[in-house]
Design a protein around this ligand. Structure first.
Ligand SMILES: CC(C)(COP(=O)(O)OP(=O)(O)OC[C@H]1O[C@@H](n2cnc3c(N)ncnc32)[C@H](O)[C@@H]1OP(=O)(O)O)[C@@H](O)C(=O)NCCC(=O)NCCS
Length: 183
């Protein structure tokens, strides 16, 4: 498995996964149907939204509100086909992340490829990119009930910092904050 930058050659594989039911990048596009509609009319706009560091656009929340996008690196987990996504994001003004961003790194593996080590490997590869970006540490957030994601973080050296309650606009509920030291 490798992490690939979204590109025109890979776009169909990504959209196939979305059509198969992968929820995709709801935060970036608002909904699966909005993403597929945009891909039909302006495929370049989908890729533009996934361009490195591009702070264009907004983040969509489930409650219908939005917030400015953050600079980020978007990568697709690829193993002969689209396997999942992972992104690294950071505040455009430096300092700490807004509380409506669940950590510096987010990831998801399509349901039909889970349990094969893809997310664990993807996080390891993304940590290399985070180091290259000059980050000294990254923060990750997992739901308290998300044992698989907690395992992914632990296998990559994550240290539990605290339990906290997520803001309602990102779903609320009990979550763990983790830190991975990159120094
Ligand atoms: C969390 C998620 C990314 C894991 O992806 P994955 O590619 O299946 O993960 P991996 O195969 O690398 O590893 C999962 C680890 O969790 C373990 N695991 C899987 N399901 C588990 C469960 N229900 N309970 C406990 N551990 C579990 C696996 O055994 C593995 O641990 P191991 O390496 O010690 O054997 C995937 O389930 C997913 O996309 N979930 C929805 C989105 C999400 O929750 N993203 C993370 C937000 S923080």
């Amino acid at each position: 498995m490798e992490l690939l930058t979204p590109s025109p050659e890979l776009l169909d594989g990504y959209l196939d996964a979305v059509r198969r039911g992968w929820p995709g990048d709801r935060v970036l596009f608002g909904s699966t149907s909005a993403l597929l509609a945009l891909a039909d009319s302006q495929p370049g706009a989908v890729l533009a939204r996934l361009a490195d560091r591009s702070p264009d656009g907004v983040r969509f929340f489930a409650d219908g509100t939005t917030a400015p996008a953050l600079p980020a690196l978007f990568r697709w987990m690829w193993d002969g086909q689209f396997v999942g996504n992972i992104d690294l994001r950071w505040p455009s003004t430096g300092g700490t992340l807004p509380d409506d961003v669940p950590g510096h790194i987010g990831y998801g593996t399509v349901e039909w490829m889970r349990g094969r080590g893809y997310a664990t490997r993807a996080l390891a590869l993304m940590l290399v990119l985070a180091r290259q970006e000059g980050m000294a540490e990254v923060e990750l957030v997992t739901d308290v009930g998300n044992l698989a994601s907690q395992r992914v973080v632990e296998r990559n050296g994550g240290v539990l910092v605290e339990e906290f309650t997520k803001p309602d606009r990102i779903g609320g509920g009990a979550a763990y904050r983790w830190r991975i030291d990159l120094r």
